[in-house]
Design a protein around this ligand. Structure first.
Ligand code: SAH
Length: 451
């Protein structure tokens, strides 16, 4: 039996979606962070549990052929990326296997991805960052990332997943904080002012939004900050204060106060122009989202006159990008600001066959089903926790020809598809789309057809 501090030689055979290499020592499973499939390593056992243990890689004896030089100085500490030490093609193969495995093991479903589509870019693809602000060890304001499973800040203004100008904006805010003695928020004492810096940019429009999330209704010296930001980046068209005075992990509060310019920014996705406010969800990989929506459109096979129900629609992006192929589009979303954006987005793009409902997806789907609505196709794009039980049960009565599920969490998607199979929907096609290169996330699209 292994003990803590034992030194063992291991061959890594698998990788979990938390970025843990998996290896066996005399049948006993060990997890070793940030290793690669095929590595032969010397590892120190750090924790022994009854069913499995954890070890730390001390020496790579023979590196995996998938290994590559890591290109980020904080890779070993930051919780953001899992894959900076292996080639992108190897990452894609692992991600496809995760999705397939979830559908086979959790969903007990006989469906696999026909392929995984890579992201058009591996770095700089993020059009949004929410950067935590906290005191560093010298008590100075610092922006950075939380270490994995912790709230310890690792100062780092620069992140390869986001465009380089985000770091310049971050530095400007940090300088303003130091000059005007603006305190970073302290989670433990619930004191201090600045909690997060939220930056978002429109990839086609070039518009940039800077949103300061603060534990106060007023930002001291906001006028100077506005000037400093505009000098740093002339593409900034919106500066917003988001008030979040609640303790806890929720990043944004509900109250947005515009400090400069407009209250939202614009961008174009699949040829449609979208207005996006700070509280609205918007896909973080613009070019990847176009690939994702094209896949969803292929699977939806809409024909003229079809009624399309788009559940969890956000600012309306998926449905509006397909509205020209349908007779009628109904979108449902729970965030009021997003629904306002969606209605405005339809109007501005001259789309007259769309209707948007601000409601819980399950409640709206149940109501529509009880009103005898018969959509031809339903698209669901739920958050990570998956679809509500009432969304699934409403499908029986709505009885669309096809359901297209878009999901950023293949584990809950597999569970939901299994529930849909029970009411007569068979998953016939599945494809993975990598929207989040280098991280442990992957998107999947499933087409379910009525029996
Ligand atoms: N389809 C959109 C948004 C997908 S993200 C896009 O591609 O951009 C999931 C969306 O579901 C978010 O906008 C979130 O606000 C919304 N949401 C979360 N829970 C919901 C619920 N119970 N009912 C309706 N919408 C919900």
């Amino acid at each position: 039996m292994l003990k803590k501090n034992d030194l063992v030689t291991l061959t890594v055979t698998d990788l979990t979606n938390e970025g843990m290499g998996v290896a066996k020592h005399e049948g006993y499973v060990l997890f070793i962070p940030k290793t690669a499939v095929g590595d032969i390593i010397e590892a120190r056992v750090v924790k022994v549990l009854s069913s499995h243990g954890f070890a730390k890689c001390e020496k790579i004896i023979t590196p995996s052929e998938t290994r590559t030089e890591t290109d980020c100085p904080v890779f070993s500490k930051c919780g953001g990326c899992l894959f900076r030490h292996i080639r992108y093609d190897a990452e894609l193969a692992i991600k496809k296997s995760w999705v397939d495995e979830h559908f086979h093991r959790i969903g007990k479903l006989d469906v696999s991805c026909d392929t995984i589509i890579p992201s058009p870019s591996e770095n700089g693809y993020r059009n949004k960052a929410q950067i935590p602000c906290a005191e560093d060890k010298d008590g100075k304001p610092a922006f950075g990332f939380f270490a994995p499973h912790s709230h310890r800040i690792i100062p780092c203004a620069d992140c390869k997943l986001q465009p380089a100008f985000y770091a310049e904006i971050t530095k400007a805010v940090e300088q303003w904080m130091k000059e005007y003695k603006i305190s970073p928020y302290n989670e433990e004492t619930h004191s201090g002012i600045l909690r997060h810096l939220f930056i978002r940019d429109g990839r086609i429009s070039g518009e940039v939004m800077v949103c300061l999330v603060a534990n106060s209704k007023k930002l001291p010296h906001a006028d100077v900050l506005v000037k400093m930001l505009l000098k740093t980046n002339p593409n900034i068209t919106s500066i917003v204060l988001n008030v979040n005075q609640k303790p806890g992990n929720e990043i944004l509060g509900l109250n947005c106060i515009t400090l400069y310019g407009k209250s939202s920014i614009r961008d174009t996705l699949c040829g449609i122009s979208f207005e996006i406010s700070p509280l609205s969800f918007y896909q973080i990989n613009h070019d990847g989202a176009e690939v994702l929506y094209r896949t969803a459109a292929d699977f939806a096979e809409l024909s003229e006159g079809d009624v399309l129900l788009d559940l969890y629609c956000g600012v309306g992006t998926i449905g509006l990008s397909m509205a020209h192929k349908t007779g009628k589009l109904i979108g449902v979303e729970v965030i009021p600001a997003a629904i306002e954006n969606a209605k405005e987005n339809a109007r501005r793009n001259g789309i007259t066959n769309a209707e948007f409902i601000c409601a819980d997806a399950g409640e709206a789907a149940t109501k529509l089903a009880n009103a005898n609505m018969k959509p031809d196709v339903v698209i669901v794009d739920p958050p990570r926790k998956g679809c509500g039980e009432d969304v699934i049960s409403a499908m029986k009565k709505l009885s669309p020809k096809r359901i297209v599920m878009v999901s950023c969490n293949s584990a809950t998607a597999a569970r939901d598809c299994a529930r849909l199979k029970e009411i007569g929907y068979i998953p016939t096609k599945m494809r993975a789309v990598d929207m989040f290169p280098r991280t442990g996330h992957v998107e999947c699209v499933v087409c379910l057809t009525r029996k």
